[in-house]
Ligand binder design. Structure first.
Ligand code: EPU
Length: 295
């Protein structure tokens, strides 16, 4: 298979592909449709010495204003999903929402609390997305990884290093598919739970605006970074078009044409104030991508 055969574009504005709506151009952006195509792209990048970045739903990523001088491999077209009894098998690019609704349609319970998280299956597992009631890692039977040695292998959750908003998957390779074990339930009840969690999310978080979800991890299980940032007076704090949300202080929203540098400034200011007031060193949950080349 030739790389030219795989959907590849040049000089593509990354802001279109991330929920923050921020980022310059990618040198190349490719959208593989099969696992073999993912492998071919990585082989190509490695043989050319071209840095690459795996992009899922783009809901937790801040790209540089000057762009990414490498290959961005966008997983969205890897989007097959099927139900097999109590199992749902989803490729990395399946949006979480679709996974949740397919499970509901099959009267399978488990992922309902994740509704409203804008990511895709792959990225959500890599960062073990979730909330107090549910982390996606709890639902995994196995994941299929394309290792950096080019081998496709299935790993059980015990080998993924899953923890609060993190995993060790990126040490091994790229997630291409996941097999979830869900619990048969009552479809109407599942649907009600989906609505309940969605309404709660809409009431407590900025929704339908440009953001990348929570910016920082909670420093302790019962200490909310949002609470600390709020107490430190950051709600509504703004630089350019980037602003700490006045609904939930752990979200930075893009009011229009925010730039990466504005967001980075707000991140540093949030860290500084929370450290000075409360002694906590906040750690980013969002991925701050560096431009490997410099355009
Ligand atoms: N709070 C404030 N001000 C704020 C934000 C929160 O006072 O600006 C208070 C709330 O009133 C509440 C407490 O802090 O008493 C906890 O707030 P919340 O229930 O919103 O939970 P959180 O710890 O701030 C976590 C996750 C969210 C997830 C919610 C679901 C992290 C970093 N955040 O937020 O996940 O949606 O629980 O309840 O773990 C994400 O990871 O991107 C994310 C949004």
């Amino acid at each position: 298979m030739k790389v030219e055969d795989i959907k590849t574009k040049e000089r593509i504005p990354l802001k279109k592909y991330v929920t923050f709506g921020i980022g310059g151009e990618a040198r190349y952006l490719a959208e593989p449709r099969t696992i073999e195509e993912v492998k071919a792209l990585i082989d190509f990048a490695e043989s050319e010495g071209l840095p690459y970045f795996i992009l899922g739903g783009g809901s937790n990523v801040l790209f540089p204003d000057e762009g990414y001088e490498g290959l961005v491999i966008r997983m969205a077209a890897l989007s097959q999903i099927e139900v097999d009894g109590e199992y749902v098998i989803a490729e990395a690019g399946v949006p979480l929402k679709r996974f949740i609704l397919v499970a509901r349609d099959a009267a399978l319970s488990g992922p309902e609390p994740l509704i409203g998280i804008p990511g895709e299956v792959g990225g959500s597992i890599v960062m073990n997305a979730g909330l107090r009631e549910r982390e996606i890692g709890e639902l995994i039977e196995s994941v299929t990884i394309l290792t950096y040695d080019g081998i496709i292998e299935d790993l059980p959750p015990s080998e993924l290093g899953l923890a609060y908003r993190s995993s060790k998957i990126q040490d091994v390779g790229i997630i291409v598919r996941a097999r979830f074990k869900l619990t048969p339930g009552d479809q109407e009840h599942i649907d009600q739970e989906i609505q309940r969690f969605l309404e709660r999310r809409k009431a407590t978080q900025p929704y339908g605006v440009k953001s990348a979800g929570c910016v920082f991890k909670n420093p302790e299980p019962d200490v909310s970074a949002g609470f600390l940032l709020d107490k430190a007076g950051l709600k509504g704090f703004r630089k350019g078009d980037a602003m700490y949300s006045d609904i939930h202080a752990n979200f930075i929203v893009n009011l229009g044409e925010a730039r990466e540098e504005d967001v980075r400034f707000l991140i540093e200011e949030g860290k500084r104030r929370v450290y000075e007031l409360f002694g906590y060193e906040l750690e980013e949950e969002i991925v701050l991508v560096e431009n490997p080349g410099g355009l």
